[in-house]
Design a protein around this ligand. Structure first.
Ligand code: ARG
Length: 497
């Protein structure tokens, strides 16, 4: 569909081209004797990237043409021809029948040239009172707004998958880590809901970026506005914006909408990479907590036993690239004087790549979460190791014996040391007599609180890991995300019946 040669320019093509009616010179070459050389054309052309803006470009042109006619700037006959021509071009592109030309630089000139080819003189009137500078800012802003909404929707699907998985494992116990060292037992439901919370904030950031991109650059023209009596309010509203941007210099040079989008996307991607990393750890033979489905595993060409978590690893790495794209666009905009400079043409590849990667990342995470199986016994055993209930022992001494916490901490530490001497790895296995040798008032009831089940059940504080708290949060998320009740529910048992 592109018809573009993406190979590097060769010596044979390096001479300047004679100026002629075709190519971009046909659209802007009036003051030149010769056209640009091959390398100039190669560095200047953006059509390979910005052809993705074709829908937005046609939409923007249609709104502009309608406004020009309504304002009496072009005739209604010309407007009609332009509208029909643009629709026909849209159909050509959608059908893959459009020949994109690198000589026509970008999507704007490609479409405009084709329009004139199709409808003649009227096509040449479309660019009245506008510039590619406000045109590209408008197209790109429209595209970014749509991409933000699509990204936001995709995150909702992942959240739903995480909530379902959390519900199925609300009270399954695994070690909670600090410093990647066993800290205290937590429930898998609780762990997964941590990501649901993060992603909810990510979603809010994406929507906030959408909301702040609510003003339309179109009509700012090259940088200073235009002498034609245009109606910027009309084009802004026709394109779904709340209104026009109030300063023409700002309108053509601002890319903070893209920076905000990339920033929000980078944070969300980094969050996905943390979950991806946990999948890598959990599915490793060393942890053995989880197993990826065949669908989401890859094998090794030499080691027959392998089940590699490639998708999770790629999510990790793609997050780095999205963060890098965000940094790259910040650096492009940094210190750029007003108004438009061609530096800004490099914005689109960064944003397109980031959203493309993000879609793959969210899809992969959603797929992995839906199909990963967890090993309850292995997780429980790991949760008990490393004396993970030592805090519970100290808390128990505080509660039962009114011991000050610092003293209790010390006593619990002695119990851990004793267990270690005996070659045990869990306080669950230390005999009662050993506890009593350290603290004679220690009881069997107190010992019963040192299981990982008792440990998580005790953490009832709001936001804590106790299964009852986790189930409350699951119920809240079910409501929030509009998740149907589980299928196991009997018919006729709906609320209120
Ligand atoms: N292809 C350009 C871009 O993406 C369009 C704007 C060109 N403006 C200009 N003054 N050459 O930024």
């Amino acid at each position: 569909m592109t018809g573009i040669d993406t190979s590097p320019p060769t010596a044979g093509k390096s001479g300047p081209v004679p100026i002629g009616p075709s190519g971009a010179q046909g659209l802007w070459g009036g003051r030149f004797n010769r056209g640009p050389g091959a390398l100039m054309r190669a560095i200047n052309a953006s059509i390979a990237v910005d052809q993705r803006l074709w829908r937005e470009d046609i939409e923007g042109s249609k709104a502009h043409a309608a406004m020009l006619a309504a304002q009496g700037i072009i005739s209604s006959d010309d407007e009609k021809a332009i509208q029909e021509g643009l629709d026909a071009i849209g159909a050509e592109i959608a059908a893959g029948q459009f020949e994109f030309s690198e000589d026509l630089e970008d999507i704007h000139l490609n479409i405009e040239a084709r329009l004139t080819e199709r409808i003649g003189e009227a096509g040449k009137r479309l660019h009245t009172g506008r510039s590619r500078n406000d045109q590209v800012a408008t197209d790109f802003k429209l595209w970014t707004r749509r991409a933000l909404l699509a990204a936001s929707h995709s995150l909702e699907a992942l959240q739903i998958g995480l909530v379902r998985c959390a519900e199925a494992h609300a009270d399954w116990i695994l070690p909670g880590f600090t410093h990647l060292q066993t800290a205290q037992p937590v429930t898998l439901g609780h762990h997964l809901l941590a990501y649901v919370e993060m992603i909810a904030r990510d979603d809010r950031r994406l929507r906030a970026a959408w909301s702040s991109a609510d003003e339309c650059p179109l009509g700012a023209a090259a940088l200073a506005g235009t002498a034609y009596p245009i109606d910027r309010e009309a084009t802004a509203l026709a394109l779904g914006f709340d209104g026009p941007m109030a300063n023409s210099l700002d309108a053509v040079s601002a890319r903070d909408f893209a920076l905000e989008a990339l920033g929000a996307l980078a944070i969300a991607a980094v969050h996905l990479s943390r979950l991806a990393e946990e999948i890598v750890l959990w599915t490793s033979p060393q942890f053995g907590f989880a197993r990826l489905s065949d669908e989401w595993s890859t094998g090794s060409s030499i080691m027959p036993q392998k089940r590699n978590p490639d998708a999770a690893e790629l999510v990790r790495a793609k997050a780095a690239r999205i963060a890098a794209n965000s940094a790259a666009l910040l650096s492009i905009v940094r210190a750029l004087p007003l108004a438009y400079s061609k530096d800004l043409q490099e914005d689109k590849a960064l944003v397109f790549e980031a959203f493309d990667s993000f879609a793959l990342m969210v899809g992969a995470m959603t797929g992995m979460i839906a199909t990963t199986t967890f090993d309850r016994a292995a997780m429980r055993a790991a949760a008990a190791r490393g004396f993970s209930t030592a805090t519970d022992l100290a808390d128990g001494l505080v509660r039962a014996l009114a011991m000050p916490f610092r003293t209790a901490h010390h006593v619990a530490g002695a119990a851990v040391r004793r267990a270690e001497e005996l070659g045990l790895s869990s306080l669950e296995d230390l005999p009662l007599a050993e506890f009593q040798a350290i603290e004679p008032r220690f009881t069997a009831e107190a010992q019963a609180l040192l299981t990982v089940e008792a440990s998580v059940a005790a953490r009832l504080s709001f936001g804590g890991t106790a299964p009852v708290r986790v189930r409350e949060q699951i119920a809240r998320w079910r409501q929030e995300l509009g998740i149907e009740e589980p299928e196991t529910k009997e018919p006729g048992m709906e609320d209120g019946q």
